[in-house]
Design a protein around this ligand. Structure first.
Ligand code: DX5
Ligand code: ZN
Length: 222
């Protein structure tokens, strides 16, 4: 089970220190929310920030591109040290080409879908991706409440994974705390992005350990 704190919830005045805090907490991935102010109504940070924090930790950098033109960002993020790059299925007929480009740059590839988007839209890509990122909030901001209507999507993704003997991660993102993480784990999620709930903890290490323990216990036997 993967615990991936989202740097979007960090103190932006101390990103190096906050990265080291996630490293010390022994989280599995650092989730990096890249927002372009167009695909979502917010702007966060870019490849230069990723490049600056890369030397601080060997943790997997899980880059979530909430961007309308990800094609111009793929090489800069690859050079900056991204390990995994997630794009949105809402980008439509450009998705195939983008997935291919991300993989050709040597990175793992993920596909994300927003709450209004049907899980059926990602079915054609299941065999080409390393992870599905199910948005459990509308993207753009941290600290929003979990949308429980997303649980059937997670379940469907887990069913396809089992029936088709695929092994992509099912990652959930938005409003994930101990309680909602367990709800998602119960229906098949195995990677948990959590910003606010983890960064507000004084003891992030203990919170990461507790979340990992609880989702592991809640997960259905595969
Ligand atoms: C929202 C981002 C999420 C968000 C999660 O657009 O994609 O990763 O940062 O933050 P919390 O856990 O605070 O909802
Ligand atoms: Zn995200």
């Amino acid at each position: 089970m993967i615990i991936a704190p989202s740097l979007l919830a960090a103190n932006f005045g101390s990103l190096a220190k906050e990265t080291l805090r996630v490293h010390a907490a022994k989280a599995d991935w650092l989730h990096l929310d890249i927002m372009d102010g167009h695909f979502v109504p917010n702007i966060s940070f870019g490849p230069d920030v990723v490049k600056a924090i890369r030397p601080l930790t060997k943790m997997v950098f899980d880059v979530h591109l909430m961007c309308s033109r990800p094609e111009i960002l793929l090489e800069p993020f690859a050079k900056a040290g991204a390990d995994r790059v997630i794009i949105h299925v809402e980008l439509g007929d450009r998705v195939d080409q983008l997935l291919w480009k991300i993989r050709s740059l040597g990175m793992k590839v993920g596909l994300s879908l927003n709450p209004p988007t049907s899980i059926r839209t990602i079915e054609p890509y299941l065999g080409k991706i390393d992870q599905i990122l199910v948005m459990t909030v509308n993207p753009g901001f941290g600290g929003q409440p979990f949308i429980s209507e997303m649980l059937p999507k997670i379940q469907q993704a887990a069913t396809w994974r089992r029936e088709r003997k695929l092994n992509y991660h099912i990652e959930v993102d938005g409003g994930i705390n101990l309680e909602t993480a367990v709800e998602c784990a119960r229906v098949g999620a195995d990677a948990f992005v959590s910003g606010t709930a983890l960064f507000k903890q004084r003891q992030m290490k203990r919170a990461v350990e507790k979340m990992r323990k609880m989702v592991t216990a809640a997960a259905p036997k595969r």
